[in-house]
Each structure stands twice: as C-alpha cells, then as structure tokens.
Design a protein around this ligand. Structure first.
Ligand SMILES: *[C@@H]1O[C@H](CO)[C@@H](O)[C@H](O)[C@H]1NC(C)=O
Ligand SMILES: *[C@@H]1O[C@H](CO)[C@@H](O)[C@H](O)[C@H]1NC(C)=O
Ligand SMILES: *[C@@H]1O[C@H](CO)[C@@H](O)[C@H](O)[C@H]1NC(C)=O
Ligand SMILES: *[C@@H]1O[C@H](CO)[C@@H](O)[C@H](O)[C@H]1NC(C)=O
Ligand SMILES: *[C@@H]1O[C@H](CO)[C@@H](O)[C@H](O)[C@H]1NC(C)=O
Ligand SMILES: *[C@@H]1O[C@H](CO)[C@@H](O)[C@H](O)[C@H]1NC(C)=O
Ligand SMILES: *[C@@H]1O[C@H](CO)[C@@H](O)[C@H](O)[C@H]1NC(C)=O
Length: 287
C-alpha cells in the first residue's frame, strides 16, 4: 500500500497516541514524589522503638498503606495521590520532627500526640494551609512557638499542651480565625498574652494553665462575663481594674454556647462561687 507523506505522519501520530493511552491506562496511581521524599525524611529523624514505621520503605505510601499515612481516596488535579492525614499518636516515637513535614502540602490532620519527640516545632508546618488539626500534645518539644503557625487559615484545633515549649505566644496567632481549641497548657510559655488572642472569633477552649505567663490580663477579658476560673493563684493581674486581683489560667472556659466536645478534655464550667472566696466572687460578678 502506498501512503502519501501526510498520511505517513498521521499513521505515526495515531500509533504514538494509542501507545500513550495504553501507558496512561496501565499506569498505577502514585503518591506525589515530593511527599514520598518528605515521609522518608520524617522517618529518618524519628526513633521508632516498636518498629511501627518499618513498612515505610515498601512500595508507595498511599497504595501500600504505610502505617499512619492516610491519603485522599483519589488522585488530585495534578494526577498524584496526596497525604491527607499523618496519624502517629502513642507509638513511643522519639527523635525530632523533620522540617520536610511542611511539604505535605494537602494534609488536613497532623497527629503526633503522646510520643517522646524532642527538639523544636518546625516552622514549615505553617506552609500546610490545608491543616485543620495540629496535635503535638504530650511530647518533649522545646523551643518557642513559630510565628508561622499563626498563618494556618483552616486550623480548627491546635494542641501543643504538655510539652516544654518556652518563649512567648506569637501575636500572629491572632490570625487563627477558625480555631476553636487552643491548648497550650503545661508548658513554659512566658511573657504576656497578646490581647488580640481574646478576640479570636471561633475560640471555645483557651487553655494556658501551668505556664510561666506574667503581666496583666487584657481589659477585653474583663468584659466577658461568663469566663470561669478554677483556682485564683497566679502572678497575672487585671489591667484597668481598681484593685489588683490575682487569677489563674488553670482552666479558662469561654461561654456556654460552646459545650465541651469530648469527655477526654475534662472541662467543666464552674460557678463563680467555686472561687471559694467572697471577695473574688463579688468582684467577678461585678465585672
Ligand atoms: C506499634 O507497635 C506495637 C509493638 O509492635 C504494636 O503493639 C502496636 O499495635 C503498633 N501500633 C500500630 C498503630 O501499628
Ligand atoms: C472519594 O471520597 C469522596 C468524598 O469523601 C467521595 O465523594 C468519592 O466518591 C470517593 N471516591 C472513590 C473513588 O471512592
Ligand atoms: C487511578 O485513579 C483513577 C481515579 O482517581 C481511577 O479511575 C483509576 O482506576 C486509578 N488507576 C489505578 C491503576 O488504580
Ligand atoms: C498508648 O499505648 C499503650 C501501649 O502501647 C497503651 O497501653 C495505652 O493505653 C495507649 N494510650 C492511649 C491514650 O491510647
Ligand atoms: C480574620 O478575621 C478578621 C475580622 O473578620 C479579618 O480582619 C482578618 O483579615 C481575618 N484574618 C484571616 C487570616 O483571615
Ligand atoms: C500540668 O501541670 C501541673 C502543674 O505542674 C501538674 O500538676 C499536672 O499534672 C500537669 N498535667 C498534666 C496532664 O501533665
Ligand atoms: C519562669 O520565668 C522566670 C523569670 O523569667 C524564670 O526564672 C524561670 O526559670 C521560668 N520558669 C520556667 C519553668 O520556665
């Protein structure tokens, strides 16, 4: 059979196109290579005494279901699978958090609760704009809170309680517009509480007890009538109040319209009389 030059090109092109389609159809969906590298870097920095992460070398993280790695059930627009959650709680992990964690760019839940992780919190976590839950509580983390964590527009819950965090509360946290749960208790956080934090629109639980905070309670707080306190002991004082009243941050609970969501939190509103001092009680009811 004789074909013109033009037809030859058409045939060659069609053949290539078919080959390409076959390739596409046969191709396994894979995890974004950047995220695979990030997971390897995360594992590299951790000490895993029980070998819970021992399958983090086999195959593809999302397809081979690496322990604690949960992925979106289908490829995203870029054609890759992506990590949706990292669930590594209570695995006796020590070591540090690798900065590459910030490359898990589509992640919604980051959970390292109840391990023995040391070192500081990577500022790169602030790159994960999709993050909804950031749970690092119950570790041995040191250093200060990175400003970058304040720029997580979808963050619903930030729990860094029960660590050894020092330094101040960043003013950037005033941008956490969606955050309902802000748990920073049982650390060594120092300095004053930025007054902007009391205006976070969604705040339900603001826990700062057992830290090293000082200075004055912002005037804004004194205008919120339903806040309750557990024990009136601390070096924190009212600003703008005639008499100076020491109060504590053992349990600060915002209005009743936000009921405690889980039993785990052990939160309960206390009546004003629980202050067990008539002078505190009367002052509280007068604010
Ligand atoms: C982690 O490893 C321990 C010891 O092998 C095992 O008992 C536990 O079930 C593992 N946890 C997970 C989540 O794989
Ligand atoms: C993936 O999950 C979404 C939402 O959770 C769901 O609508 C969709 O049907 C799922 N796709 C597959 C292939 O399971
Ligand atoms: C890859 O994912 C797409 C949808 O996300 C699905 O239709 C296809 O069957 C998957 N291919 C393989 C080989 O799993
Ligand atoms: C953590 O794991 C240990 C054993 O690995 C278990 O006994 C304990 O109940 C777990 N704690 C939580 C809070 O899951
Ligand atoms: C948070 O809300 C305030 C007031 O509505 C707005 O001015 C600010 O831009 C918002 N911040 C972010 C990060 O969305
Ligand atoms: C928090 O700190 C207080 C005072 O140091 C301590 O009594 C309490 O047990 C700590 N809570 C936890 C859950 O570690
Ligand atoms: C609290 O702050 C004081 C004064 O800045 C400092 O001397 C002390 O070591 C701090 N304590 C803790 C537990 O961080």
């Amino acid at each position: 059979m004789f074909l013109s030059e033009g037809h030859k090109y058409q045939v060659v092109f069609s053949l290539w196109f078919c080959f390409y389609l076959v390739l596409i159809a046969a191709q396994d969906n894979i995890t974004d290579p950047t995220e695979v590298e990030a997971l390897k870097a995360i594992k590299e920095r951790l000490i895993d005494p029980n070998g819970n992460l021992s399958n983090w070398i086999r195959g593809d993280p999302c397809i081979s279901r690496w322990t604690g790695v949960l992925c979106f059930n289908e490829t995203l627009i870029d054609g890759y699978l992506h990590v949706q959650e990292l669930q590594l709680m209570n695995l006796s992990l020590s070591g540090n958090l690798a900065p590459e964690i910030g490359s898990l760019a589509y992640m919604e839940r980051l959970n390292f609760m109840w391990n023995k992780i040391t070192g500081s919190i990577p500022k790169e976590i602030g790159n994960i704009k999709s993050l909804v839950l950031l749970l690092l509580n119950g570790n041995l983390l040191t250093g200060s809170l990175p400003d970058e964590l304040g720029f997580l527009p979808n963050l619903d819950r930030i729990q860094i309680d029960q660590n050894h965090i020092s330094g101040p509360l960043p003013t950037s946290f005033a941008n956490l517009n969606k955050t309902k749960h802000f748990h920073m208790n049982n650390n060594s956080i120092s300095g004053q509480i930025p007054p902007e934090l009391w205006r976070l629109p969604k705040l339900a639980h603001f826990l700062l007890d057992n830290n090293n905070l000082s200075g004055y309670l912002p005037l804004e707080l004194s205008k919120l009538p339903t806040i309750t306190y557990k024990k009136p002991v601390s070096n924190i004082r009212w600003l703008g109040s005639q008499s100076v009243l020491p109060v504590s941050f053992r349990r600060i609970i915002l209005p009743e319209k936000y009921p405690p969501p889980t039993k785990l939190l052990d939160l309960q509103s206390l009546p004003v009389t629980a202050l067990q001092s008539p002078s505190y009680t009367s002052l509280h009811s007068s604010v």
